[in-house]
Design a protein around this ligand. Structure first.
Ligand code: ADE
Length: 244
């Protein structure tokens, strides 16, 4: 069970993602608890402003510190060390390992940044982490928060069914996944590799491992550097390189 508290000026953006598939089932079963907090409802001025022009001039708007602070104060903390995370392109890169570590907390507080950015005092006084989901700039942190909620949730026991367990995913193994096939065994002349129909589980496992490594070497050689291959696996890859 994990609780996500999401601070946003666009709570309606979350309905479709959280309202279907595995995340909805997990919410319905109480395995994850997602609370949306509308920052605007914590404004105190008559225009309900969540952003304002930057001191010093320049373009764009800056998210105000006070409504964010009041929203944060309205959220109970389930532990002393709850991560309070600002989603921003300036944050640390979000990886599978990040998701695994975050999944160990009872609660995550996610603040969706917007406009030109947030008042720097949010960074220095209110959040204790900043995360980026990739080297590109989105219109706001909402999609990023959903990415974090999704990647973390599927690691929580009971969110995925047994058959979908997260243990053999790409990245959690340090390599990309092997190719998958299902019926029919042949379609338009496109055949399923013979070994998968053989029933020989040792051979199948070896084939899959080799495919994983070959695919990783081809697409993401950067992952292999830390992959910790056995000698046999190194030889497989070397053989394959000779054949090319
Ligand atoms: N907000 C805008 N772009 C983002 C990114 N790449 N990661 C996290 N939050 C963001």
């Amino acid at each position: 069970m994990i609780r996500f508290d999401i601070l946003t000026v666009f709570p309606e953006m979350f309905a479709s993602v959280l309202g279907c598939s595995l995340l909805k089932k997990a919410s319905d079963r109480g395995v994850i608890d997602i609370r949306l907090h509308d920052i605007r409802s914590h404004t105190e001025d008559k225009h309900r402003m969540t952003d304002d022009a930057p001191y010093g001039g320049g373009g764009g708007m800056v998210m105000k510190v006070d409504p964010i602070d009041r929203t944060l104060q309205s959220i109970p903390r389930m532990a002393d060390d709850v991560p309070v995370i600002l989603l921003t392109p300036q944050g640390e890169p979000f990886r599978q390992r990040t998701a695994e570590k975050l999944a160990l907390y009872p609660q995550l507080i996610l603040l969706c940044g917007h406009y030109e950015g947030v008042d720097e005092r949010v960074r220095t006084h209110l959040v204790n982490r900043e995360i980026s989901i990739g080297d590109y700039v989105l219109t706001g942190g909402e999609l990023s928060a959903m990415v974090v909620v999704d990647a973390v949730s599927r690691l929580i026991p009971g969110v995925l069914g047994n058959s979908e367990s997260a243990g053999s995913d790409s990245f959690s193994m340090g390599v990309l996944e092997y190719p998958h096939y299902t019926r029919p065994a042949e379609y338009r002349g496109w055949k399923v590799p013979e070994v998968l129909l053989s029933g020989n589980h040792r051979e199948i496992e070896a084939w899959r491992r080799k495919q994983s490594l070959l695919r990783t070497r081809e697409r993401r050689p950067d992952l292999l550097a830390e992959g910790g291959l056995t000698e046999k696996e190194e030889r497989w890859l070397a053989e394959e390189a000779d054949e090319e």
